[in-house]
Design a protein around this ligand. Structure first.
Ligand SMILES: [Zn+2]
Length: 289
């Protein structure tokens, strides 16, 4: 089930209760999600991943107001961000929640992702995009309201499709221009104006690889808080055309035999990896032929 993917709420449903935002209040108890870039601060060398508890640890200087985002193990969880170059106190270490380093367990990566997505929204929702006025927090909501023009603004979450295209025993993988040589993943892209998700799948495969697909089926989705995407996963079958990468966004695209895929398509926590692991083999779990 895609629900079990990191960054989706199910991963932390036993330990985390989301709550509406609250600033101020008692800052001396509960837990802290302290973000630095795409890393989360945890006690150094802890065998089991833990969040800092009690007052905000000495030596940590947030660049954002502390914000309650929910309850973690029954206690208030607050999120703050520190500067990318801020010194981290010796008792703590910053572990990445994005990328190949997976020392942070999935639950804490998920908490960090949620905190990051929220703090991104907070940073981007200070002013009204209609009139430029300063926005106010709406009660019991992550929404903001503009006292000047009355507009209401809600968190921006961007839908993206991601699709595994199969031709017999071969899978379509592409290399984005910004990725290192040898790194491949699935075709993916943002939903455009006026599109259904299936139309977006067809367009993205056509644009990135130059081929046509059919039999498009939804398989699962994942919150992707980098900074705020919703990845919507599909399977599709090759329907025609010759592979022709656009040469700009996509520099390589090819068919790979399902038993001979290049190294690690997609990050370990990504829905790309999950789709390939779950549906990459023809047969029982694969796409019925
Ligand atoms: Zn306004």
């Amino acid at each position: 089930m895609s629900q079990s993917l990191p960054f989706n709420s199910s991963i932390i449903s036993d330990s985390f209760t989301p709550l509406p935002p609250e600033t101020g209040g008692d800052n001396t108890a509960g837990f802290w999600a302290v973000l630095q870039g795409s890393s989360l601060l945890v006690p150094a060398g802890s065998v089991q991943s833990l969040l800092p508890g009690g007052p905000l640890p000495a030596g940590i200087v947030p660049e954002t107001e502390s914000l309650r985002i929910g309850l973690w193990q029954g206690k208030t969880l607050r999120a703050v961000r520190i500067a990318p170059d801020a010194a981290v106190p010796a008792e703590y270490e910053a572990l990445p929640f994005q990328g190949p380093d997976v020392r942070l367990d999935d639950a804490l990566a998920t908490i960090a992702g949620r905190a990051a997505q929220i703090l991104h929204w907070e940073r981007r929702s200070r002013f009204c995009s209609r009139c430029g006025g300063q926005l106010s927090r709406m009660s019991a909501s992550w929404g903001k309201r503009c006292p000047s023009c009355g507009d209401e603004h809600f968190p921006h979450i961007h839908p993206c499709i991601i699709v595994l295209v199969r031709r017999g025993a071969e899978l379509l993988l592409i290399r984005n221009a910004s990725w290192n040589p040898g790194r491949f993943s699935l075709v993916a892209g943002f939903l455009d104006f006026g599109e259904s998700l299936e139309e977006c799948v067809r367009r993205e495969v056509r644009e990135e690889a130059g081929i046509e697909v059919t039999n498009i089926r939804y398989v699962g989705s994942q919150c992707w808080p980098f900074p705020s995407q919703q990845m919507i996963g599909f399977l599709a079958e090759y329907a025609g055309g010759e592979i022709r990468p656009d040469g700009v966004e996509v520099v390589e695209a090819d068919w790979f035999h399902e038993d001979a895929l290049p190294m690690s398509p997609g990050g370990k926590r990504s829905i790309a990896r999950w789709i390939i692991t779950t549906y990459g083999k023809s047969g029982e779990m694969g796409i019925p032929s």
